[in-house]
Design a protein around this ligand. Structure first.
Ligand code: NAD
Length: 472
């Protein structure tokens, strides 16, 4: 029997839930079972797998209330939990639509007229998926759905900080005979995550750079691929020609949605000197209008901090910035209410890159705004980071914005909008620098990375090849 882990409720601070990680033996047996079941899963073909995923979707719909309730307990917020469920369900449909064409095999001629090439793909038998707490359902299923459709079995280990949602999801999985042996969610912390890597053929990890390093090292030891989706410190650049109404609304949303607990949050804002004062005034006015989702989940837009350790980091970044001369224009405090940790949208000015809030991932509703004199300065500041997840550029014309966006070292740039990769999955993108490693999770590559290419080279004539040794 392993040691149970007590789980904190983000709204009350109470340890009101317990998870019991599987023992090493149990996890190994589960991996073996999934691996054995994968053969049948692959055999039923894409039509059979689509049918099973659609049945899962129906089973989830019948568990929807329980799932919503569990996600709200996990995260302390309501509207984003509803969005997470909708987004998860629509991603089943999206991948089911795309997969048949992506999985089609092809035949080609080769440079040698009597050799035909038959191109096929073979799924990795067992994929391990390890996910974080900020979008517990979405990020534990974002790689799972394409992996399953590709023909892999999957074992998913969500974060120990938010895993109440696992019970209703597992119930829905048990209702689908073809799925229940190839898809399992296991509860546990980093130890279970580390143990999982020892038994799978490919690992998809979403989480911090620090843990990503350990995951990459463990995967390298086993010679298995690791797809890493890690942290970010996304910049927004606002040029003098930008539409300020639009820029302030988009940036506010991109910074504080989900209380800023998003890898692709706008965490640094660089604004042209000539419009800086007006930009800040508008941003503060709009930020001040947002309300805490307190005392009830229905109350406002800004939920509690899900992870207590993150609340400590946000407070540390704020104190560091204020000690180094930052000015708080609104918000500014991490406060405790009824056991939960809360922070209002906080606009900071007089910030510099000597402050943690401008260089380290804050993961909270903090909007530090800095003025720039030239576009070159803005780009230097935006690129002065170890991260390269995504970014945003605002300008009067698309051409002007794109010219700047092309010079930002990041995998996805929203133009005249913010954090669009949270909603649009079609664009292939890689994470630059320390924000990740491995193929794109978005676009067609999001499914293709679960397959290994295999080629059959077929000799089509019955005469000796000209390069063989002569019989005489
Ligand atoms: P984390 O790295 O602490 O944990 C992530 C997961 O890894 C958890 O399930 C945890 O139990 C597990 N884990 C811990 N140690 C492990 C080990 N040694 N081996 C295997 N698994 C281990 O991250 P977190 O605090 O849960 O999440 C926040 C971080 O995730 C932020 O940095 C955020 O930017 C990042 N994130 C990235 C993306 C993205 O798509 N790039 C999306 C969301 C969050």
């Amino acid at each position: 029997m392993t040691k149970p882990i007590a789980v904190r409720n983000p709204r009350t601070g109470k340890l009101d839930h317990t998870i019991v990680p599987p023992s090493g033996d149990l996890l190994e047996r589960q991996c073996l079972r999934s691996r054995q079941a994968q053969t049948h899963w692959q055999k039923i073909g894409i039509e059979g797998r689509i049918e099973a995923l659609q049945q899962w979707k129906q089973a989830v719909l019948s568990q929807r209330d329980r799932l919503t309730e569990a996600l709200v307990e996990d995260t302390g917020r309501l509207s984003i939990s509803v969005l997470e469920i909708d987004s998860f369900l629509s991603s089943i449909d999206r991948w089911c639509r795309l997969a048949p064409e992506l999985l089609q095999e092809s035949e080609k001629a080769t440079a040698i007229p009597f050799v035909r090439l038959q191109q096929t793909s073979v799924p990795y038998p067992l994929v391990g998926i390890i996910s974080p707490w900020n979008f517990p359902l979405l990020l534990s299923t974002i790689d799972t759905i394409p992996a399953l459709l590709a023909g892999c079995a999957a074992i998913v280990k969500p974060s120990e900080i938010a895993s109440r949602f696992v019970a209703p999801l597992m119930q829905a999985i048990r209702d689908v005979p073809n799925l229940r042996d190839v898809l399992t969610f296991v509860e546990g912390d980093g130890k279970t995550g580390a143990a999982l890597i020892e038994s799978v053929d490919l690992v998809c990890f979403t989480g911090s750079v620090a843990t990503g390093r350990k995951v990459a090292a463990a995967a390298a030891q086993r010679f298995i691929p690791a797809c890493l989706e890690l942290g970010g410190k996304d910049p927004a650049i606002v040029l003098a020609s930008a539409n300020l109404e639009l820029a302030t609304s988009a940036i506010l949303w991109g910074s504080v949605v989900n209380t800023g607990q998003s890898c692709l949050s706008i965490e640094r804002i660089y604004v042209a000197e000539s419009i800086f004062a007006e930009f800040v005034d508008q941003l503060v006015t709009k930020a001040d209008r947002l309300k805490l989702a307190y005392p009830t989940v229905e109350s406002g837009e800004i939920g509690p901090m899900i992870a207590e350790r993150q609340a400590a980091i946000i407070r540390e970044h704020l104190l560091d910035a204020i000690a180094k001369g930052a000015i708080v224009r609104c918000g500014g405090q991490v406060e405790e209410r009824d056991g939960g940790w809360w922070c209002r949208p906080t606009v900071l000015t007089q910030v510099t890159h000597a402050m943690k809030v401008m260089t380290e991932e804050t993961f909270g509703p903090i909007l530090p705004v800095m003025a720039f004199a030239t576009v070159e300065d803005a780009l230097n500041l935006a690129n002065d980071t170890i991260y390269g997840l995504s970014a945003a550029v605002f300008a009067g014309t698309e051409t002007e914005a794109l010219a700047v966006a092309q010079q930002i070292d990041a995998g996805a740039i929203s133009i005249n909008d913010a954090a669009l990769t949270a909603l649009i999955y079609e664009g292939e993108k890689n994470s630059f620098k320390y924000s990740g490693l491995g193929g794109s999770r978005m676009g067609a590559a999001g499914l293709m990375r679960f397959l290994r290419k295999k080629t059959f080279l077929v000799k089509t004539n019955s005469t000796p090849d000209p390069w063989w040794f002569s019989d005489r």
